[in-house]
Ligand binder design. Structure first.
Ligand SMILES: Cc1cc2nc3c(=O)[nH]c(=O)nc-3n(C[C@H](O)[C@H](O)[C@H](O)COP(=O)(O)O)c2cc1C
Length: 318
């Protein structure tokens, strides 16, 4: 157990935010698997400020998933602090995205562009902390630097800590590395030994062994699982058991996976409505069947399944 500000984080297995994946229904599934900290998909502070109606779904939360962080992206300290103050009551933590590499985000000086603009990154944290006080901790999610010539995570993290950040999640890659190649655990380790606030290590954790070795090699307070949770929420429970008790628990059976698929379909449809849910569910359902017999046929047929009944009957046949 550790604390982020005044929030108790009950174990060392968090889940990283992933746009298009970790929406509310899936976060609740991940919570039931035992994760100690969840974060919403990234949402534009400006979009909230100007009442973009699409944000309603991204910002949806439920007491069941607490503690949960709202992840904001933006580059305007005033807008970000106003927005954080307006919405803070619904969340436990306000997290600032400083790692998103998407062109339209970076071009606006937001997301990973902040890695190159330490003073603005700090002003964002300071102004949010000034407005919301100690009531809700402000955290940041960063990468190790912008590119190989600018690996500045240690200096950057110290500055964020001084600005008032209460924890940092660090993805061990640069912005230009995107999501491939090695995760630079050595830099995460250097960051951990340079600051006093909790550090959550992220990047390339695919199984229980990666999870434990990430903690051992970096000294981080926790890990954040990323793409490994796609179609595999059970990995959360497996990592917790392995880290805390050295125990390797059984993988889910095919029936358990199918049960989870039906449940995920129901929850997404109840949350987003059939049409929107089904187009997004296709990815999730394909991931669940990874490595299963007949999964190629299932995925092909899934493309034309446009009602809950058709999807259910495809799952039945698996
Ligand atoms: C599809 C996708 C969407 C993502 N969306 C977000 C996001 O909204 N906010 C964020 O901070 N990081 C986002 N990330 C980055 C992940 O949180 C994580 O840092 C990254 O995937 C590295 O971890 P991994 O190697 O374990 O997947 C996203 C990554 C992926 C693959």
């Amino acid at each position: 157990m550790f604390k982020i500000g005044n929030i108790e984080i009950k174990n060392r297995v968090c889940v990283a935010p992933m746009a298009g994946i970790t929406d509310l229904p899936y976060r609740i599934i991940l919570k039931e698997m035992g994760t100690s900290l969840l974060t919403t998909e990234l949402v534009s502070a400006k979009g909230i400020y100007y009442n973009n109606p699409n944000n309603k779904i991204i910002m949806a939360t439920d007491k069941k998933e607490s503690p949960v962080a709202l992840q904001l992206f933006g580059a305007d300290p005033i807008i970000m602090s106003l927005v954080a103050n307006n919405v803070k009551d619904s969340y436990d933590i306000i997290d600032i995205n400083m790692g998103c590499p998407v062109l339209k985000v970076v071009r606006n000086g937001e997301g990973a562009a902040l890695l190159k603009n330490e003073s603005l990154a700090c002003r964002i944290v300071e102004s949010i902390v000034r407005v919301i006080g100690d009531e809700k901790p402000v955290t940041c999610k960063i990468r190790i630097g912008y590119d190989n010539n600018h690996i500045n995570a240690v200096k950057f993290s110290k500055a964020l800590e001084s600005a008032g950040a209460k924890a940092i999640t660090i993805h061990g890659r640069t912005k230009t590395e995107l999501y491939s190649g090695e995760c630079h655990r050595d830099v995460i380790k250097d960051v951990k030994s340079s600051v006093k606030i909790p550090i959550i290590a992220n990047g390339n954790i695919w199984n229980i062994y990666d999870a434990k070795s990430m903690l051992e090699e970096t000294g981080a307070d926790a890990i954040a699982l990323g793409r490994a949770v796609k179609g595999n929420p059970w990995i959360v429970k497996e990592c917790i058991e392995y880290i805390e008790n050295d125990k390797i628990i059984d993988r889910p059976t095919k029936d358990e996976i199918k049960k989870m698929m039906y449940r995920h379909v129901d929850d997404e449809i109840n949350f987003k409505g059939e049409m929107k849910a089904i187009s997004e569910l296709r990815h999730h359902l394909a991931w669940y069947t990874h490595g299963m017999e007949n999964s190629t046929k299932f995925r092909l047929e899934l493309n034309s399944a446009d009602t809950k009944e058709k999807i259910y009957s495809l799952i039945d046949k698996l």
